[in-house]
Design a protein around this ligand. Structure first.
Ligand code: DGL
Length: 268
């Protein structure tokens, strides 16, 4: 599994809870984070470098935990690599369609990085599943640094969240997708703010959980699942180890990282 940085550990956490027998090698490209503000061409180059490094670890499947990479590079990596590749956009879109169908709404809201929104990946993924929904996507760039700083509650994140949610609420969306690795940590605040603005609860879909479920289905379907008795381990690789690494990693993962190594991601 790889991500631009440590945010993808939210997907590791969801996967670890659902599939505790699986061994996970996680690569965070902390030397190059953030990806969300960069061009699609640059993100594709970074993604190829990350995938090549993980292939050296003889992985049986590749999960792209980063929404920005999933938005611009999932098809390409599927075509180039000889193993199953999962992104987070398709599972998130599927969960959102399911949640919105139950509400009778015509629109689905997405919060994501500028790169994810610009790519149009969520409208495409939702459009492949249902013609009923229009996607209203809102870039929410300030939420990434807020989460990195651990500002998950209080006036500052609340005001930022309300500002980003306002256009989605105005569009009367039936569900909101957290289309970025970092946003699940703000989920309680986002749920409360959405309810306060709309005057009713709005289902919030976490693509980390949806991706874990699709990974489980894929491993089962291809007979790639680990022996049930096995206790899965987690190895974390980073391309740079910033000073605040341990605290941020624990915030995303929910427990301390035990096995950590710094690596070089070689770009083509
Ligand atoms: N991992 C990115 C995503 O999910 C967020 C952080 C970044 O911009 O690199 O889109």
């Amino acid at each position: 599994m790889f991500d631009s940085g440590l945010g993808g550990l939210t997907v590791v956490r969801a996967l670890g809870e659902l599939l505790p027998a699986e061994d996970i090698v996680y690569l965070g490209d902390t030397a190059r984070v953030p990806y969300g503000t960069r061009s699609a061409e640059t993100v594709v180059r970074y993604a190829r470098g990350c995938a090549a490094l993980l292939l050296e670890h003889e992985v049986k499947a590749l999960v792209i935990a980063c929404n920005t990479v999933s938005a611009v590079a999932v098809e390409l990596l599927r075509a180039e690599l000889d193993l199953p590749v999962l992104g987070v956009v398709e599972p998130g879109a599927e969960a959102a369609v399911r949640a919105a169908e139950a509400t009778g709404a015509r629109r689905i809201g997405v919060l994501g990085t500028a790169g994810t929104v610009r790519s149009g990946a969520y409208p495409r993924a939702v459009g492949r599943l249902s013609t009923r929904f229009e996607v209203v996507a809102q870039p929410a760039p300030l939420l990434v640094p807020l989460v990195e700083e651990g500002w998950l509650e209080g006036d500052v994140p609340r005001l930022a969240v309300e500002r980003y949610l306002a256009p989605l609420i105005e569009a009367e969306v039936g569900a909101i997708v957290l289309g970025c690795t970092h946003y699940p940590l703000l989920r309680p605040l986002i749920e409360r703010a959405a309810e306060a603005l709309a005057g009713r609860p709005i289902p919030v879909v976490d693509s980390a959980e949806a991706t874990a479920r699709q990974t489980e289905a894929l491993l089962q379907e291809r007979g790639l699942g680990q022996e049930p008795g096995h206790l899965g381990g987690l190895q974390v690789l980073v391309s740079d180890a910033p000073a605040s690494f341990a605290t941020s990693a624990e915030r995303f993962l929910g427990y301390p990282v035990r096995e950590l190594r710094q690596v070089d991601v070689v770009l083509g």
